[in-house]
Design a protein. Sequence first.
Length: 196
Amino acid sequence: MNKKHKTITVYAGSADNVDSVFIEQAYQLGKTLAIQKRRLVFGNGKTGLMGAVARGALEHQGEICGVINDDLNLSHLVFDQGIIIEKVSDIQVRQHRMNQLGDAFIALPGGFGTLYEALEALTWAQIGYHKKPVGFLNTAGYYDPLMAMFDQAIEKGFIFPEHRDLYLMSDDPEALLEAIDNFSPPQNMNRWLTRE
């Protein structure tokens, strides 16, 4: 397709006590988004990978929008330097808004919240709510077990083989963004509804 996706919604872990390779690559993604004149949408946190991707974008004059829900809008958690902030009522509204704003999605390494966000974006693609690419930045092989789980689900018949083409993966931010720009939604996506 080779269409530049201008706004990238990034899901990322907020834990601080992680290996520096994860922080460094999150920062690199933010920097790359800024250099490529793409807008970052993220969960508005200043800790962990979430903070690192925002710092990478901000320190390279990137455009950034943070979306935060009331329960997490706490001064020690919120990234509030030079960005647009959207405040919403709860975490479900936050997730919907982040998905609405993005032309594409990238999941950095993270925990339950990050996995929930990425899998929801994939599920919405699967059922036809959007046709946006979903990418996984596979820093240090972090997402290898998840990809193996997806493969097993396909092998056992819980996911149709064509749904494998809903997601992209790379361990390099630039390569992942290039793959996102070249993404074409898979064909035959209604087969799980028609049972043909």
